[in-house]
Design a protein around this ligand. Structure first.
Ligand SMILES: C[S@@+](CC[C@H](N)C(=O)[O-])C[C@H]1O[C@@H](n2cnc3c(N)ncnc32)[C@H](O)[C@@H]1O
Length: 522
């Protein structure tokens, strides 16, 4: 149902610290540039060594790329398949300049491979088809998918979502206020869970609803729907992954709740198409949180733990705690600048654009303080043709089961009131249904003692969105002092570059975010 042809940009370049041809020791290792390119039907990688003229052409269909370390990988080329095993006659060892570039290279490599593998994979219409090489299976590690669907197969987790009244109430209101979008329409519910949104769509007058759910919850949804026969007679539950299923008829409208922590966690957004969502970001100062996190690794500072010196692992433990994004509901007074936001426009975005999300950051601090990191949350627009409704997960708003997310720097930076904070939030999707987060924040200081051009303080961190630190049980007292800013999340927002254009766009006909009529291949 989702567009099955992956696309990569026409080309993407990388600078490699060094490339060594394993199979031709006569070629010394040298710095190189790598270009991924696509001519519309095939994807190729070309590696140009600085020291030799003839570039190395890598056929992405045949090649394999393996990580040997954070900045070292090996690429095996020109495989020959005997049916029993694949042997490789050529290989190159690649040294990257940093981990971030290594991750991005692997991501583009896999994208390029996928482009080749999925083409020509037409599935017959009108039947439910389960393929062993669906798009979902290609990009998600099977152990991750198994755990994920096991989790959602349990009623207690569905109940947790149903009891988030901000979430479920917003969906109910957005559907009922926009009945005209549903009356007489064929609807598909992507990831139906308990079937609740299918039942809402039927209440709003849908002609027929297909409730697609991959986990064992499909059985429970069937039971719930059968127990509500007046609505249930217009709902069909289909157990399967949305990527694998072909509906017996074309759907007009898509409804789904695919949001994870920081909106994108779980990578379920890629399984469907909606309208506009926004990721909000703002720097924060939270000494309590920072000390709490730093103290967690104090255990490893013991020099005599049953006669054993634990300190060799202190640094690793410290970095480990700071690689966990913090999920909790925090006081918005901890924000030190108005938030900016990044729009994800699902009427335009290609699924592959969610594999790597790169957001330049710029804020003006309202106070002089220590900046401990970046706070993030999201808003979703239910863009109905009758009523538009926002679901917000902002700090200070009624709490949802998504809470907010904070990336904490292990090295805070200092800012003065009015000082500019710049940086970058770079999210790279991984095959465990989540993202690696790279955050950099910088502040430039001038004044007495500063050299010409100012002093640049920069702090970076790498986090795994899959491994958050849930901190909701910690009530915090944040007394409001006189010099503390009272920033509301409704304060002026700084817009991403392309926002003006996005905000002027009219919602597409029949669309009601997160409901969209643009079913591809449905
Ligand atoms: C966040 S829950 C929402 C459940 C329900 N729609 C609701 O609003 O209460 C997402 C559901 O989508 C299912 N899901 C996730 N990815 C899927 C996929 N690719 N195909 C089918 N179901 C999927 C999960 O098993 C889970 O039950």
């Amino acid at each position: 149902m989702v567009d099955s042809v992956a696309q990569i940009k026409n080309h993407r370049d990388f600078t490699l610290a060094s490339v060594t041809e394993i199979s031709s020791p006569s070629f010394p290792s040298s710095p190189a540039t790598a270009r991924f390119s696509s001519d519309g039907s095939t994807a190729e990688l070309r590696i140009q060594h600085e020291s030799h003229q003839i570039p190395l052409h890598v056929d992405l269909q045949a090649a394999q790329l393996f990580k040997l370390g954070p900045v070292r990988s090996v690429c095996l080329l020109e495989g020959s398949d005997t049916g029993k095993q694949t042997s490789y006659s050529k290989g190159v060892a690649i040294q990257f300049r940093n981990e971030e570039e290594s991750d991005a290279f692997h991501c583009v490599f896999q994208k390029g491979k996928k482009k080749f593998n999925v083409q020509g994979g037409d599935l017959p219409n009108g039947t439910d088809v389960i393929t062993s090489t669906s798009k979902f299976d290609q990009k998600i590690e099977s152990s991750s998918a198994k755990m994920y669907f096991h989790y959602y197969g349990q009623l207690l987790h569905q109940q947790n979502m149903l009891q988030d009244y901000v979430r479920t109430g917003s969906y109910y209101a957005a559907v009922m206020e926009n009945r005209t979008d549903f009356v007489g329409r064929v609807v598909v519910d992507v990831g139906a869970g308990s079937g609740i949104l299918s039942l809402f769509a039927a209440q709003a007058g849908a002609k027929h609803v297909y409730a697609v759910e991959a986990s064992e919850m499909a059985g429970y949804a069937q039971k719930l729907i059968a127990g509500n026969p007046l609505l249930g007679q217009r709902i069909t539950v289909i157990k399967g992954k949305v990527e694998d299923v072909e509906l017996p008829e074309k759907a007009d409208i898509l409804i789904s709740e695919p949001m994870g922590t920081l909106l994108v966690n779980e990578r379920m957004l890629e399984s469907y198409v909606i309208a506009r969502d926004r990721i909000h970001m703002a720097p924060f100062s939270d000494e309590y949180l920072f000390v709490e996190m730093a103290n967690k690794s104090m255990f490893w500072q013991q020099q005599n733990y049953y006669g054993v010196d634990l300190t060799p692992l202190h640094g690793t433990a410290f970095q480990g705690y700071f690689s966990q994004p913090v999920v909790d509901a925090f006081d918005p007074r901890l924000l030190i600048a108005p938030s900016m936001f990044h729009v994800i426009d699902f009427t335009k975005i290609k699924e592959e654009e969610l594999y790597e999300i790169d957001i330049p950051l710029r804020f003006i601090s309202s106070v002089g303080t220590r900046v401990h990191g970046l706070a993030c949350w999201f808003d979703v627009l239910f863009n109905g043709s009758t009523v538009q409704r926002w679901l917000t997960t902002a700090p200070g708003s009624p709490t949802t089961h998504w809470y907010q997310l904070r990336c904490v720097l292990s090295q805070p930076i200092y800012v003065m009131a009015g000082q500019e904070i710049t940086g970058r939030l770079h999210l790279i999707a991984h095959n465990a249904q989540s993202y690696t987060i790279y955050l950099t924040l910088s502040a430039k200081s001038w004044g007495p003692g500063a050299e010409q051009g100012g002093i640049l303080q920069t702090s970076s961190c790498k986090l795994d969105l899959k491994e958050p630190y849930y901190r909701m049980s910690q009530p915090q007292a944040y007394p409001l002092t006189q010099d503390q800013p009272l920033l509301s999340t409704e304060d002026i927002h700084i817009q991403s570059d392309d926002l003006d254009e996005l905000m002027q766009q009219q919602p597409s006909p029949n669309s009601c975010a997160p409901i969209d009529s643009q079913m591809k291949n449905a």
